[in-house]
Every structure is written in C-alpha cells, then in structure tokens.
Design a protein around this ligand. Structure first.
Ligand SMILES: *Cc1c(COP(=O)(O)O)cnc(C)c1O
Length: 348
C-alpha cells in the first residue's frame, strides 16, 4: 500500500513551518533564536517540538520504535489530524461503527468530511463483511474503538484483521481502554500492516487525563504526515515533564488496573441485583453500559445526589442507558445505595 497516494494533494505538497528548535537541536549556552524571555528560570523555553525524550521512553515501554510514534494533545489530536490529512472535504469519507466514540464524526464534520456509519450487531460487535461492503471508493479511514465506547466491549479480533487486510485505506484501532481488556493490543501488527494506526492514551489506565497526552502508533510515512501538519509545539513542557516522570518512576498502572477490575466484577453483580437495572452489558473496559427502566429519570436522581454518570439515552440503540465509570469501592457503594433509594422512591 502506498500511503502517499492516500494523502490529500495539498497536504503532500505543503511545506511545513519550521521552528527555531527544528533548525537547531542539541545543547547550547546562549539561546537567542526563539524570542524567548531569558529571565525566568523555568518554563521560559519552548518545548521540544518532537518530544524526543518522551518518545524514547514510550518506545521502550511499548516495544515500538520512536520513529513510529506521534504524540498528541490527547487522542483527539491524531484523530483530527488523520482526517484532515487524508480526507478531501465534501468528497472523501470516514467510516464509523455505531454506537461509538463521538469524536470521530465530530472531527469529520468539522472538516466537512462525510461519515458512513455501519451499525454494530445486537451484541455491539462487528457484523462480518458489513464494514467492507459499506466502504465507498472515497472512503479513506475506518475508525474502530476496541474496546468500544460507550458499549465497553471488545470487537471481534479476526474481523478487525480482515478489515485491515482488505481495506485500501487507513484503519484506526482506538485502544483507549486496552489495559482493562486483558487482550493483546494491535500494536505488534503495525509493522505488518502499513495502513494500520493504533491509538492509545495516558487518560484512562495511566490516570493522567489532566495532562492531555495521546499516543498514535503507525508506519513512519503516516507519522511524518502528522508531524508535518501538527501545531509546532503541540505538547507543552509541563505535560512532557509529567509523563516522562511518571514513566521513570514505578507507575502504579498495573496495581490500579487490578483494583479497578476487582471493583468492576463487584459493581456488575451489585447492579444486576437492582430491579431498576434491566441489563448490564459485558465490559472489557473500566465502565459499564447499563440499561435502566428510565435513563433520564435515573440520571436526574443520581445528579441530585451528587453522583454524575453519563446519560446515553439519546444515543440510538442505547435507549435508557447510562454509562457508568467503575470508581473506588466507596464511590461504587454510593452509586448502588442511591439507586436502591431510587427504587424505593415515589418517582420510580
Ligand atoms: C477516552 C477515550 C479516548 C481518549 O481521549 P484522550 O483525548 O486521549 O483523553 C480515546 N478514544 C476513546 C474511544 C475514548 O473513550
């Protein structure tokens, strides 16, 4: 597959902005190249535009060469950049499998890129062959969230592979929740498939949603295109330092994931005991999609008790569903108790 043939012509021809830090790399004694203020002792310098140190650390952690890594201001940045780089507005499309993460279609729409939607089956899994059949000649990117959001389940691995093999465009596998799934990432497959892009994030299992750091893994050609169109200093100094430090230390990720998985099991059985809960969908992530008697009413009830869940009632095929994050033992207990009170109340 030739990546260059998939890229929009204007992007291919674009000459990127070069920063002061692109022109000179390494260490010097006197920096008079970037119009910075020399007096403060901290944060007065622009960050490394390509985050070399951080990428080396991530490369080591993930077993992927740094040249195949792009870092973004959350995963949302690579999602947006991929659409902008590969899809000609009004003409070329992306494909999503609903219900799924909303940012794919929001980013597409804000770039005037049409979205083809292929609904998942009744178990919220891929229907064999359906995605391939729905693509059009101008379809450039297929987005698959695995595990999916808001449904929390993994998609069929063989079907994902079959899509990657047969689709002549990019397949983005968004693995924001992979650490909770107990399954293998698609990271290893990026060396085999030039059209595969894997997204991961520091926002979920790593517990660093506040720093906004998303990882994009793909073939060097795709990474080069993203680097060409990103904002020059897209990852600020504070974020680079914070994540670098977390990676140098002994991150508690494994311990947290284990604890969250324990709470997940517990929360599922507690939820299933409730009469207001009609169904708890299986979860491979750190949240549940829960069908209740009346989504809006249950949401409002919880809200009044200072418990915030996500009301997904208005999402097609998620009618009366709440998306509930697995919290601490204490938080989960408060949720269950509030729902028990709800069942006893006059509104129920
Ligand atoms: C939470 C989430 C992300 C992560 O987004 P960030 O911008 O990295 O915080 C990506 N994809 C899906 C499906 C998510 O649910």
């Amino acid at each position: 597959m030739e990546i260059k043939k998939l890229v929009r012509k204007n992007i291919l021809e674009l000459k990127p902005y070069t920063t002061a830090r692109d022109e000179f790399q390494g260490f010097a004694e006197v920096y008079l190249d970037a119009n910075e203020n020399p007096y403060p002792e901290r944060l007065n310098r622009y960050p490394d535009p390509l985050q070399s140190k951080l990428k080396e650390q991530i490369a080591l952690l993930k077993g992927v060469p740094a040249s195949k890594i792009f870092l973004g201001n959350g995963s949302d940045e690579p999602i947006e950049l991929l659409i902008r780089a590969f899809c000609e507005p009004y003409k070329e499309s992306i494909l999503t499998t609903s219900p799924t993460y909303g940012m794919y279609s929001v980013s597409a729409s804000s770039n005037a890129v049409p979205v083809i939607d292929v609904p998942l089956n009744e178990n919220f899994d891929l229907i064999p062959g359906a995605v391939n059949k729905a693509t059009k000649p101008g379809t450039k990117i297929i987005f698959l969230a695995n595990p999916n959001n808001p449904t929390a389940n993994l998609l069929n691995r063989e079907e994902i592979l079959s899509i990657i093999r047969s689709f002549p465009g990019l397949v983005v596998v968004d693995e924001a929740y992979i650490d909770f799934s107990g399954t293998k990432s698609f990271l290893e497959e990026i060396s085999e498939f030039k059209n595969l892009v894997v997204l991961q994030t520091f926002s979920k299992a790593w517990g660093m949603a506040g720093v906004r750091l998303g990882m994009c893994f793909a073939d060097e050609e795709i990474i080069a295109i993203l680097n060409k169109i990103k904002f020059p200093y897209n990852i600020n100094v504070l974020t680079q330092e914070a994540v670098s430090k977390a990676l140098e230390g002994a991150p508690s990720v494994r311990k947290w994931v284990k604890e969250i998985l324990g709470q997940r099991t517990d929360l599922k059985s507690r939820l299933e005991e409730l009469t207001c809960v009609l169904k708890v969908y299986p979860s491979d992530a750190n949240f549940f999609l829960v069908k209740v008697d009346n989504g809006r009413r249950a949401y409002e009830w919880l809200l009044k008790r200072n418990i915030i869940v996500r009301d997904r009632s208005s999402t097609p095929r998620c009618e009366n569903c709440l998306r509930v994050t697995v919290g601490t033992a204490e938080e989960n207990k408060r949720l269950i108790n509030a729902l028990k009170d709800y069942e006893k109340s006059s509104v129920y």
